[in-house]
Design a protein around this ligand. Structure first.
Ligand SMILES: NC(=O)c1ccc[n+]([C@@H]2O[C@H](COP(=O)([O-])OP(=O)(O)OC[C@H]3O[C@@H](n4cnc5c(N)ncnc54)[C@H](O)[C@@H]3O)[C@@H](O)[C@H]2O)c1
Length: 263
């Protein structure tokens, strides 16, 4: 059997696709022959992406705002003419503090961007995919959607909820040939983990290098993963090889044993 990971002619929207994991996913879909429209809150990142070879189109949109999501979908459909793949990638880390110190605004922003955005995007994508008689929705969760993690309650709550949303959508949409899966990245090498480690360091008074060592130590393969590792999984499940994969939470993490071990 030869692996055919082609996404020739597939039309994809990737949220928060202008940097980090979203950018790696967008580039991988394009490299597999697909067409991608991204959105991001950062106009500078989008302008840079429009100048790459091949260029990737994008809309400035905050996925936590339903009006922005609707405008982004209208723009994306004008360019793509339909939709086969939705990657709900956007997600913020949220506050690093005990629950009793979390403000209403911090809770709401984290749930809006990490969870409710996936509802806003999916409700626009589903009628298009039903019309196309198939499609693939990929929701970014996290290993924090599989384990508890002290000081990160809004993030963990949202990422667990993403898995529930994924399984329910897979049940609602399977008969239409639409597959819905969640990906749970472990700690990904890059700016975001550097910010997470800095925030944990400030909250706990522990050196970021020690915190990083602990994340690695609690991973069976003793490693962080790369954005490209996540992108490869997205391409695989959206390709013909993923044709019977739905309702799953697929960890790409070198096998996390725990996120925080007690002494
Ligand atoms: N980086 C990790 O270690 C890691 C681990 C597990 C899960 N994840 C998840 O993977 C996804 C991508 O993570 P990342 O590390 O690339 O994130 P990141 O923090 O690097 O951000 C990527 C992009 O998101 C954009 N963005 C932020 N808020 C937005 C909003 N409201 N609307 C649209 N765009 C917005 C930013 O401008 C940026 O370009 C997230 O859902 C995250 O929770 C990441």
């Amino acid at each position: 059997m030869t692996l055919n990971l082609a996404l020739q002619g597939k039309r994809a929207i990737v949220t928060a696709g202008a940097s980090g994991i979203g950018l790696a996913i967008s580039r991988a879909i394009v490299a597999a022959g697909g067409r991608v429209h991204v959105c991001d809150v950062n106009r500078g990142f989008l302008d840079a992406l429009a100048k790459t070879d091949p260029p990737i189109s994008g809309s400035v949109a905050d996925v936590g705002d339903p009006a922005c999501v609707d405008a982004m979908f209208d723009e994306a459909l004008g360019r793509l003419g339909g939709l086969d793949i939705l990657v709900n990638n956007a997600g913020i880390a949220g506050p690093t503090k005990l629950l009793e110190d979390v403000t209403d605004a911090e809770w709401k922003a984290t749930i809006d961007i990490d969870l409710t955005s996936q509802f806003y995007c999916a409700r626009r994508a589903i009628p298009l995919m039903k019309e196309a008689r198939g499609g693939s929705i990929v929701n970014l969760s996290s290993t924090a959607g599989l384990f508890g993690l002290p000081m990160r309650s809004p993030y963990v709550a949202a990422k667990f909820a993403v898995i529930g949303l994924t399984k329910t959508l897979a049940m609602e949409l399977g008969e239409h040939g639409i597959r819905v899966n969640a990906i749970c990245p472990g700690s990904v090498e890059g700016d975001r983990m550097a910010r997470v480690l800095a925030a944990e360091s400030a909250a706990l008074g522990v050196d970021p290098a020690v915190l990083r060592h602990n994340y690695v130590k609690h991973t069976s393969m003793r490693t962080f993963v790369s954005a490209e590792d996540i992108a490869a999984m997205v391409v695989f499940i959206c390709s013909d090889h993923g044709a019977r994969i739905s309702g799953q939470s697929l960890a790409v993490d070198g096998h996390t044993e725990t996120l925080m071990a007690r002494d």
